[in-house]
Design a protein around this ligand. Structure first.
Ligand SMILES: C[S@@+](CC[C@H](N)C(=O)[O-])C[C@H]1O[C@@H](n2cnc3c(N)ncnc32)[C@H](O)[C@@H]1O
Length: 201
């Protein structure tokens, strides 16, 4: 497979329309839920969820009362499903576009990562780290989960990796608050995920 295709929204649309969405666990995962629970009272901090798919994290944050939650996603199908599931979520916070082309008027305070990084062609990983840093305010947080697993040579996502490799991408822009094996991953991902919390320098 030509890895450039993974940047083509039609590739992702096809995965949703044919139901090849094995990454989608149908609910928020415990590491993200537990992190969100300790964010404190809901406020207007700007939160971005890139490659959010069915956006269970956005739904959860919205239900907690966070008002400035944004989703960026290239495939219209999960966005439409999310709108139908959570009609009270502000439509203007659903950004149907390429994450790498985002150019917001205001920086974000928090970016949430889950199975977006591993869906990108690995050649884009350094650019992902740079883009996250560009989108965050100084002191802003990039948090989430990264696979700490070797999936072998693959034609399609997910693409694996390890902590030492990832550190090289994030170290130029971020201080590492947490970059350890997650203890509360969902069962199929146990022992294969890093819980990541990085502060923009
Ligand atoms: C593996 S899925 C993960 C979805 C979601 N994070 C989850 O855990 O269920 C990757 C998602 O990233 C989206 N995507 C891929 N490239 C993108 C890009 N450049 N900008 C925004 N979304 C993108 C895909 O459409 C897909 O929904």
């Amino acid at each position: 497979m030509n890895l450039d295709l993974i940047f083509d929204p039609s590739y992702w649309s096809e995965r949703y329309t044919t139901g090849r969405t094995d990454w989608d666990v149908g609910a928020i995962t415990p590491p993200l839920r537990d992190y969100f629970m300790q964010l404190g009272p809901p406020d207007a901090r700007r939160i971005l969820i890139p490659g959010a798919g069915n956006s269970y994290e956005a739904e959860y944050l919205h239900s907690l009362g966070f008002t400035q939650v944004f989703v960026v996603e290239v495939a219209p199908e999960p966005i439409a499903a999310f709108q139908a599931r959570v009609p009270s979520f502000p439509q203007e916070h659903l950004l149907l576009q390429n994450f790498f082309a985002l150019s917001p008027a205001l920086p974000y305070d928090l970016i949430i990562e889950q199975t977006f990084f591993c869906a990108l062609p690995p050649t884009q990983r350094a650019t992902y780290a740079q883009k996250c840093a560009q989108l965050l305010r100084k002191g802003g947080t990039l948090m989430g989960l990264l696979f700490d697993a070797d999936f072998g040579p693959r034609q399609e996502p997910p693409f694996g990796g390890n902590r030492a490799e990832y550190e090289t991408y994030f170290a130029p822009y971020f201080d590492f608050v947490h970059f350890e094996r997650a203890y509360n991953s969902i069962k199929p991902r146990q022992g294969r995920e890093l819980f990541v919390c990085l502060k923009k320098k």
